[in-house]
Design a protein around this ligand. Structure first.
Ligand code: CTP
Length: 447
């Protein structure tokens, strides 16, 4: 008996998949099909898979060629499978020519001609009406958004708006996108908006964009007044629009895993969280020159508050800020202490004082520790009373990580809102509330 093995995601099962399986089966007597898990697809950068693993398996089964279906959950699994299942032939579509030649040491490798003009990517783009997104603001973060957005299918950056025309033109020229004389033309041209302008302008841009019927992805901190966050979220909800805070840590797979572990009981009940993020900046950056809205807490506080709010909830008992300020009265180092009914937390941020950037989550049975840059989580450890036992976890974090939030933003727009637990409206509102209290405590003369 000749055993053939093949692998794929088989998302939105299509004719190309059917023919591939048919041809693979025809190469032998018994066909084994490996279907990739969501986690594995995420790890290899395939972020937009629509069908669940169960649906994809079911579709492969229904095609009627597979004698056995297995799960592919890690890279490097194929050779082991070939040996385990005694496969004689490894078959894969011709889009992979050359890439699996190393397998010929274990079995015959056959590249099957790929069916033309069809792919899951194509179907995903057809199904999901292409979101034309416009960017407001042309600073450093907007620069990172464009290359990251190109890695997520279903979205295309249409243009840029910045009241500073010169800056907008420079940006538009560099990225070959449109620029607009007025904001009305900008809104006419886009389906959704990414707001990457200075913090204090967020509220009016979000409001205006929502009033023009646009979905909004806004950089953190979304706004600086709790009342404003509540108003904007309820407006968005009433009008069926997505308002999404772009706090990238919340959407990255490593952080999600870390939060999952913290909630799993592995370290018992969480009782203390210490989150620290410091970044030494040049004196001339906006964060250190904007005397009202700049400073370490408005810039970095959201990252440190995120694990605290996620694990302890939004109802704290006490909140206290201790700051070190520069001669302009701007905080260059802020330690925020919070107490909750079931635990205590500190969030420490610095732009002018360097400290060890670490996330520590202490529980009744052990603790989790992730070193800097934990806000782009790739690695963390779990320690216990028995110091010889240390569990180690790692996860990929691709590029600048914005691709994860862009993917989740798109999923929310298309109604596949599996990810809205990652940063709920309530959490965003609570974080804004803390920002507001901080700014009040600093007497910055807010308007
Ligand atoms: N395949 C094929 N013809 C197509 C599309 C896919 O023969 N038109 C083959 C692939 O080469 C692979 C298998 O089907 O051997 C499963 O591929 P998968 O990656 O799941 O499908 P794609 O449509 O290529 O998916 P994507 O667009 O997400 O890469």
């Amino acid at each position: 008996m000749t055993k053939v093995i093949t692998y794929g995601t088989f998302d939105l099962f299509h004719e190309g998949h059917y023919r591939l399986l048919q041809r693979a089966k025809a190469l032998g007597d018994y066909l084994i099909v490996g279907v990739t898990t969501e986690k594995y697809d995420m790890e290899r950068g395939k972020l937009n898979v629509v069908d669940s693993l169960m649906t994809r398996i079911e579709n492969v089964r229904k095609a009627g060629f597979a004698d056995e279906i297995i799960i592919e959950e890690a890279s490097g699994q194929k050779v082991g499978d070939i040996q385990k299942y005694h496969a004689d032939i490894f078959a894969i579509g011709s889009d992979w020519v050359g890439q699996f030649d190393y397998i010929s040491d274990y079995c015959k490798v056959v590249y099957i001609e790929r069916t033309k003009n069809i792919s899951s990517t194509m179907l995903r783009e057809q199904n999901r009406q292409l979101q034309k997104i416009g960017i407001i603001g042309s600073g450093r973060i907007a620069e990172r958004f464009i290359p990251e957005s190109k890695l997520v299918s279903g979205i295309s950056v249409q243009g840029i708006y910045n009241p500073n025309r010169e800056s907008a033109e420079r940006f538009a020229g560099k990225w070959e996108i449109d620029t607009y004389a007025g904001i009305e033309e900008f809104y006419e041209d886009v389906d959704s908006v990414y707001i990457a302008s200075p913090h204090q302008t967020h509220y009016s841009y979000i409001k205006e964009a929502l009033e023009h019927g646009k979905h909004v992805l806004c950089e953190k901190p979304m706004v600086l007044k709790k009342r404003q966050a509540e108003e904007l979220f309820s407006y968005a909800k009433e009008h069926g629009l997505v308002l999404f805070e772009g706090l990238k840590t919340a959407y990255c797979p490593g952080f999600e895993k870390l939060m999952g572990m913290a909630c799993s009981g592995m370290i018992g009940n969480v009782r203390y969280i210490d989150a620290c993020f410091t970044k030494l900046e040049d004196e001339n950056v906006r964060e250190l020159t904007d005397k009202i809205y700049g400073g370490s807490f408005t810039e970095l506080g959201s990252y440190c508050l995120l694990p605290i709010i996620k694990l302890f909830g939004t109802d704290y008992n006490e909140l206290r800020f201790d700051t070190i300020c520069n001669e302009d009265g701007l905080d260059i180092f802020t330690k925020t202490s919070l107490t909750f009914p079931k635990g205590i937390a500190t969030a420490t941020c610095g732009l002018g004082v360097k400290s060890e950037g670490r996330l520590l989550i202490a529980g009744t049975k052990g603790y989790i520790v992730a070193e800097a840059p934990w806000w782009k989580t790739t690695y963390f450890e779990i320690h216990y009373e028995d110091s010889s036992r240390v569990d180690k976890y790692s996860e990929r974090f691709l590029g600048d990580g914005l691709r994860y939030e862009i993917r989740d933003f798109l999923n929310l727009i298309s109604g596949n809102d599996k990810s809205d637990f990652k940063l709920t409206r309530g959490m965003s509102i609570a974080m804004v509330g803390i920002m507001e209290k901080f700014l009040e405590s600093q007497n910055r003369g807010l308007v």
